[in-house]
Design a protein around this ligand. Structure first.
Ligand code: ZN
Length: 269
């Protein structure tokens, strides 16, 4: 019993750490991890409205990782966060009150988004290939997007506000921009992601940002990106309604379809 209680205390403390980490970067001389080859030509985009240019690379960044809690030293190591600041390498993320973790949610949703994009001929690179590892650090996740020459980099997270009334999604982007990619391209990507989420029936956040958009200067993955980048906070895992949706495969597919639609809307222009 004592052991179980201690374990629960540790897990609780870890989960309360919340969702703060954005992604980062990459091995310069090796192929980006998780590259998924585009579908063969037989699977050309089924409709002109979803067509994306051939050979386009999209980097998907599932927030956090399942092993982060077991290596606090590595996860707390300060890394560059842009704008002259540092941040911890990564965080553990949040969870629903029932214990469904953000890292599991983001990993599953990212895979579903990637599957949808691959079907339409888009090459997908992930910042992590498993859900039981440690990291990568936020600066390394950003570097993965940069070295891949990504047309779009999309980080996927879910929030953990303790206010039960806090609900809805928001899309963060770097502001003020630190390079041209963080200007109009990233702002437009954030807008198409917001539109994709809203079109799918998801409600913009009632506690962060405005109209589902949140300009930020403190997210390392966005600050360090040299490619168009945005971060989707799909909803509040502490809200009962959103937690229920996130905890089912059907619900996660809805989030994934909305994000994929937003990415493809961005690429189609
Ligand atoms: Zn997060």
């Amino acid at each position: 019993m004592v052991t179980v209680r201690k374990l629960l205390v540790v897990v609780g403390a870890v989960l309360l750490a919340g969702c703060q980490a954005a992604p980062a970067p990459p091995p310069p001389s090796t192929p980006a991890p998780g590259a998924v080859p585009p579908e063969p030509s037989a699977s050309a985009p089924p409709s002109s409205t979803r067509a994306a240019p051939r050979g386009v690379v999209v980097v998907l960044d599932p927030g956090h990782n399942g092993g982060n809690a077991r290596d606090r030293a590595a996860i707390n190591r300060p890394v560059p966060a842009g704008r002259g600041r540092t941040k911890p390498c990564n965080t553990t993320g949040t969870a629903t009150n029932a214990g469904y973790t953000e890292h599991a949610f983001t990993f599953d949703v990212a895979r579903r988004v990637g599957q949808a994009l691959s079907t339409h001929g888009i090459q997908v690179v992930y910042t992590r290939d498993t859900d039981d590892g440690v990291g990568p650090c936020v600066d390394r996740r950003a570097a993965i997007g940069n070295s891949a020459g990504a047309a779009a980099v999309v980080s996927i997270h879910a929030d953990g506000s303790n206010a039960a009334s806090a609900t809805g999604f928001h899309v963060a982007y770097s502001a003020p921009p630190l390079n041209p990619a963080q200007g109009e391209p990233s702002t437009r990507l954030a807008n198409t992601l917001r539109d994709g989420m809203r079109s799918a029936g998801f409600t913009p956040s009632n506690y962060i940002g405005s109209g589902g958009l949140s300009p930020r200067d403190d997210l390392a993955g966005l600050n360090l990106s040299e490619r168009p980048a945005a971060l989707v906070e799909c909803g509040n895992m502490r809200n009962a309604t959103e937690a229920a949706a996130m905890s089912t495969s059907d619900g996660r597919q809805r989030y994934a379809d909305a994000i994929a639609a937003g990415i493809e809307r961005y690429l189609a222009r």
